[in-house]
Design a protein around this ligand. Sequence first.
Ligand SMILES: [Fe+2]
Length: 231
Amino acid sequence: MNRRTAIHTIATATAALASRDLVAQAAAPAVHKLPPLGYDFDALEPVIDAQTMQIHHDKHHAAYVAKLNEALTQAPDLAGKSAEDLLKHLDEIPEAIRTAVRNNGGGHANHTHFWQVLKKGSGGPQGALLKAIEKNFGSFAKWQEAFSAAAMKQFGSGWGWLVLRAGKLTIETTANQDTPLSTGGVPILGVDVWEHAYYLKYQNRRADYLKAIQDVINWEYVGTLHSQSAK
Ligand SMILES: [Fe+2]
């Protein structure tokens, strides 16, 4: 093989590989993307340690996004739908990928929500949200107690939620990555009680994690979700 032939061969092979990559990309569009955390990994210290945040966001959440995209390659018609839309209509998802979409779409939507409801020094609920909490639970302190108790009782992995359902605030829990969206509720505050959310710092002490996380709830953002959903 002379030099010119060798260059031609390499160029052809490179083009073929590039073309194959393009075909692969076309067949597997990465429709869902890992959103940025929005703050530094150590922003919630000491309540949630930086290492937990980094692994939680960069590894766990990223894996849900990747697996959701992988599942959706089997249903190109669903490519334009948001994770929330998919979860609201799970019965419309082809059966072959329904569980994968439920778990990984739920993981993606739940964590995207979770990063946004956390912020240091945000105080407590205000305005209409505070009034609604007092109306439904007696007081904010009683709500805190009831929320922690419910999240504590969630057996195994799951989430504790403050949900707007049929115009009323409710405390709910879901297993795994299930979301109140799939049963007609609007989650306005979700707290991750998977061990990956707290084990490095709190080990088996979920109650301590639930008590501490109350100090880093972004009530301003939760209030915005409430006012948007209560309309
Ligand atoms: Fe998580």
